[in-house]
Design a protein around this ligand. Structure first.
Ligand code: COA
Length: 532
């Protein structure tokens, strides 16, 4: 074994300051997560309960195997928008009858569970995860359909929800819909496109048009039950495969459906894994509050991998990127972690080689971000930094092993791309509260804008207003800073969630387990042209 040593001094002022800064950010994060948990607020929660109904997360809890974890995804969706944090939808991965499933549950306490643009993005992301990892999909349905005032944003792209359901089914990935309430108009196609459908007595309402619409369209008098009740669908239309007497019965029946899916994981379970040698609580004190101060990512690796055992690859070459092999909850992983922030030519070439090796060996990759991007300047341009960065980005883009990304600190510029940022389709991407991501740092961006404006004024022969420039710079800096923060980015679904650093090993372990449900094979060739 090659156990990583540690140089972290938990009694040093630096460690304490980093820890304090991280704890403050975690407290802010918790307050935002609480908003998602609160759903539509006490008034609507109470009304929902008075109707004898379970909340979205209670439904999930009863669906899951007792004492198993639920990896909730994108809980901060819609953060910073006009919509409720969480986007009226709960999504995540949990275990049902021993099978890892992708679960989605409408939150009917938020505007009747209607889907807004962020709910749609969140739902589509959940479908992507189910498809990539071959996870059976269980939809716990109770929704007012499209959020009508924002229909222009969702009606046309929203068709993808139903398309995805049938594509999952075509790929042999089971889909199960449990209908607890409203599931009308477009929403009727959720049970309509699912492999298995359960409906709750006197609660499910599954029709293309409700009584008022039918009256308008054809003049026919009707009622909810005859148009779309559970009993009608179970006895007459045949859309419901299972009739549930109440919500708990529906969840019990959903568990029986999953028990009979015969859904098998492509990979065997990993061997028993040793815990890291160091306390994971110490992960709070590693990242400095000021991201300009570098930190050694080996301190992080030592606290997340099995036995703190890490075999570093090319440790003397391209030293601002740490690469090496480890296991996480028994699954082999190749790790790429930024050390000094900047990526130079040597780091880029080393990364490209390492990614190719992982592909030859079918080993998933974990990217731990703390980068300000690729090095700029005459020496580096002349040394071919574009070619070398392109080499790394080519390797990441065409790699076929599953990727996981964790934004620990900075993730700026093309460095975000080379380290498998969101657009490079990592199977999962999480951020720590300390992360920041943007095209460049706020000061640099404001400075560049100012230089460009000054040059533009000079070219036109106009005088330059230095006072206005200072004000503009301050404003831009502040705007970019706020747009770089993890809650803002998570709100826009640019990650799958902001996590407590102490949970990193657990979260990555759950993701690796989900990933190993689907078969995968590294790219043996098939990379683009590597510019040498
Ligand atoms: N778009 C936007 N807002 C919606 C909505 C929708 N599709 N459905 C419900 N809401 C809002 C309501 O206006 C209400 O807002 P308010 O509390 O500020 O007045 C809130 O969500 C709760 O709705 P309410 O009707 O009080 O809840 P309910 O639990 O009694 O009924 C529904 C829920 C979904 C059955 C009912 O609201 C409904 O029929 N909505 C319209 C469904 C529809 O036709 N959708 C179009 C499908 S494409």
């Amino acid at each position: 074994m090659t156990v990583l040593p540690t140089a972290l001094d938990v009694n040093s002022p630096d460690y304490r300051a980093h820890r304090e800064a991280m704890l403050a950010k975690l407290a802010e994060l918790e307050a935002e997560h609480a908003k998602a948990l609160a759903g539509g607020g006490p008034k609507y929660v109470e009304r929902h309960r008075k109707r004898g109904k379970l909340l979205a997360r209670e439904r999930i809890e009863l669906l899951l195997d007792p004492d198993t974890p639920f990896l909730e995804l994108s809980p901060l969706a819609a953060w910073g928008s006009d919509y409720t944090v969480g986007a009226s939808l709960v999504t995540g991965i949990g275990v049902v009858e021993g099978v890892e499933c992708l679960i989605t549950a409408n939150d009917p306490t938020v505007r009747g569970g209607a889907s807004n643009p962020w709910s749609l993005k969140k739902a589509l992301r959940a479908n992507d995860i189910a498809l990539a990892n071959r996870l059976p999909c269980i939809s716990l349905v109770e929704s007012g359909g499209a959020d009508l005032p924002s229909q222009k944003e969702i009606f046309i792209p929203g068709g993808a929800i139903f398309r995805d359901l049938t594509r999952l089914s075509a790929a042999g990935i089971p889909t199960v819909a449990v209908v607890f309430g409203n599931s009308t108009a477009g929403g009727a196609y959720v049970p309509g496109m699912s492999d298995h459908v359960i409906m709750v007595k006197e609660r499910a309402k599954v029709f293309l048009g409700g009584p008022p619409l039918v009256k308008m369209a054809t003049g026919e008098e009707s009622d909810d039950e005859s148009l779309g009740g559970a009993e009608m669908h179970a006895r007459v239309s045949g859309l419901a495969d299972y009739f549930a007497v109440d919500e708990r019965d529906a969840l019990r029946q959903a568990r029986r459906v999953v028990a009979r899916l015969n859904h098998r994981k492509a990979h065997p379970d990993p061997p028993f894994a040793e815990e890291p040698k160091y306390d994971n609580g110490e992960l709070l004190g590693i990242v400095p509050g000021d991201l300009k101060v570098p930190f050694d990512p080996r301190e992080v690796i030592a606290r997340i991998v099995d036995g703190s055992d890490f075999d570093e690859f090319k440790p003397l070459y391209g030293t601002s990127l740490v690469t090496g092999w480890a296991a996480l909850h028994g699954y082999p992983v190749g790790i790429l972690a930024n050390a000094q922030g900047v990526l130079f030519s040597a780091e880029s070439q080393k990364a490209a080689q390492f990614i190719q090796l992982a592909n030859q060996r079918d080993i998933p990759l974990l990217f731990l971000h703390n980068t300000t991007g690729y090095m700029v300047g005459r020496e580096y341009e002349q040394g071919g930094i574009i070619k070398h960065g392109a080499m790394m980005i080519n390797a990441v883009s065409n790699s076929r092993v599953p990727h996981l990304s964790v934004l620990m600190g900075a993730s700026y510029g093309a460095g975000h791309y080379g380290m498998c940022g969101r657009a490079y389709d990592p199977r999962f991407l999480f951020a720590w509260p300390s992360a920041k991501s943007a095209v460049m740092g706020p000061q640099q961006l404001a400075g560049v804008l100012s230089i460009v404006a000054r040059q533009s004024a000079a070219a036109k022969g106009h005088p330059y207003d230095d006072e206005a420039d200072a004000a503009l710079r301050a404003m831009v800096e502040q705007q970019i800073e706020s747009e770089s923060l993890p809650m803002f980015l998570s709100g826009r679904l640019y990650d799958d969630g902001v996590i407590d650093p102490r949970d990193t090993r657990t979260v990555l372990g759950l993701c690796l387990s989900a990933i190993h449900t689907a078969p995968f094979e590294g790219a043996r060739g098939g990379f683009g042209v590597f510019r040498m």
